[in-house]
Design a protein around this ligand. Structure first.
Ligand SMILES: O=C(O)Cc1cc(O)ccc1O
Ligand SMILES: [Fe+2]
Length: 436
């Protein structure tokens, strides 16, 4: 890739549509996918993100035209990254109470790690082999991946940067992703992450289940929430410089590494509907109550990964963006609640209205199935006394990975000094105000 490609990535718009892009004119075959000899003597390679026979609306695949097929590789050896774990660990005694972490992980906050080595799994559920569940990770990294790439065969990767821009080079081109934006990298797409701002941190959802897609809009109609055109896929770009690479592969819960004689970013043209994308949450068309009551947060769903039970997601990716609150005679923050669904939350910046105190950017909270939670004492006191003028919740971005499966925190997360042992105290002062 030229320097200009890095400075100014270019994009094609849409989500799950048929993109087409060539870095060199004429590199895409016309009228067929695998001619006897492809243009420019490139190798056609099919990347399928769904079964061949998946229904048309769920079918995702792209054709990559590359200088060498992906199968050209050195032999894989085990790679040690013990902090990136897979699936729910059923041997861990899962605390049946609310949990929260301060910004994580302070232990390697200035670590000399790249994106792969900087991943820390906080909690996970399901089983990558059964293609169910997700993992919630954080990353803290200060080193760019130079001649090193990663491919994840266990799931797609939803990246939520919290601090520092990420330049994500993929087989299909480059995504420039800053905090407030998210990136979604399909299972099996090779990528590497450069850190132009130095020390960078954020959250990751590794989704072993059905691919994330836009939610149904029901009575909302044909527009709103995350609009498909605001998702951006890269245009084709390939690395010119020769020389060796290291490929890290995550497969079946383990990491491996192999030497490559050539850059894996050697795709000169591609077309299809399986692609990495980025999305700026500032483009989210937020819907709320303009009468009374606090609506269910499902109205803030950006992307959903369904399970086999309709309406009961493997994972919903939900954001709490800046928005106006105008509801009359209403307790405006989230209500106190207990849910079937399990909730892992993070904060990109600002304050979250239910927890103005202890929930900090870079931190996390976990409220599993039927674990009671809701506004802390400070939020309750303010909201139950507030003068209900229209109010803008501004300069804030929280998010939730919500899943039908309980998240099991990792031993790392349970032993971390970031675990907030006093979390429950934020509700301890809620008094019995009953006035019969
Ligand atoms: O618990 C939370 O903070 C997330 C949440 C927000 C909301 O507005 C309603 C329900 C809910 O679980
Ligand atoms: Fe909740």
């Amino acid at each position: 890739m030229t320097h200009e490609t890095y400075a100014e990535p270019r994009y094609q718009s849409g989500f799950g549509n048929e993109y087409a892009s060539e870095a060199l004119p004429g590199a895409l075959p016309q009228g067929r996918n695998s001619p006897q000899r492809a243009p420019l003597d490139l190798y056609p390679e099919l990347l399928s993100g769904s079964a061949f026979t998946a229904p048309r609306h769920e079918n995702r695949r792209s054709w990559l035209y590359r200088r060498q097929p992906s199968v050209v590789s050195g032999r894989y050896q085990p790679y040690a990254q013990p902090h990136w774990t897979t699936g729910g660990d059923r041997t861990i005694a899962l605390p049946p109470e609310p949990m929260r972490w301060k910004p994580i992980p302070p232990d390697n906050a200035d670590a000399d790690a790249d994106f792969v080595d900087g991943i820390r799994t906080l909690a996970a559920n399901g089983d990558a082999e059964a293609q169910t569940g997700i993992a919630a990770h954080v990353y803290v990294a200060s080193r760019s991946m130079e001649r090193r790439a990663i491919v994840n065969a266990d799931g797609e990767m939803l990246i939520v940067p919290q601090q520092g821009r990420l330049l994500i080079t993929t087989e299909m081109g480059v995504l420039d992703v800053k905090p407030g934006e998210i990136a979604l990298l399909p299972r099996g797409v090779v990528f590497k992450v450069a850190l132009p701002d130095g020390l960078s941190r954020g959250y990751l959802c590794e989704n072993y289940g059905a691919q994330f897609r836009l939610p149904e809009l029901g009575p909302i109609g044909s527009n709103g929430l995350a609009n498909a055109r605001d998702f951006l896929a890269p245009v084709a770009a390939f690395e010119e410089a020769g020389g060796e690479y290291e490929m890290v592969k995550k497969s079946s819960g383990r990491l491996w590494r192999a030497p490559l004689k050539q850059s894996p970013f050697n795709v000169v043209a591609w077309h299809g509907n399986l692609a990495p994308v980025k999305y700026d949450t500032a483009n989210f068309m937020t819907i709320g109550s303009i009468s009374f009551d606090h609506p269910d947060p499902s109205i803030f769903t950006v992307l959903t990964s369904p399970s086999d039970t309709p309406g009961t997601a493997n994972c919903d990716f939900v954001i709490f963006p800046p928005r106006w609150l105008v509801m009359e005679d209403t307790f405006r923050p989230p209500w106190y609640h207990r849910n079937l669904m399990s909730e892992f939350m993070g904060l990109v910046h600002g304050e979250y209205d239910a927890k103005p105190g202890g929930f900090k950017p870079g931190g996390a909270s976990l409220h599993n199935c039927m674990v009671p939670h809701g506004p802390d004492e400070e939020a309750f006191d303010k909201a139950s006394q507030a003068d209900l003028k229209p109010q803008k919740l501004d300069n804030t971005l929280a998010f939730m990975f919500e899943s039908r499966y309980r998240f099991i925190p990792t031993a790392y997360a349970l032993q971390s000094p970031a675990l907030d042992a006093d979390y429950a105290d934020c509700w301890a002062g809620l008094k019995d105000l009953f006035k019969p």
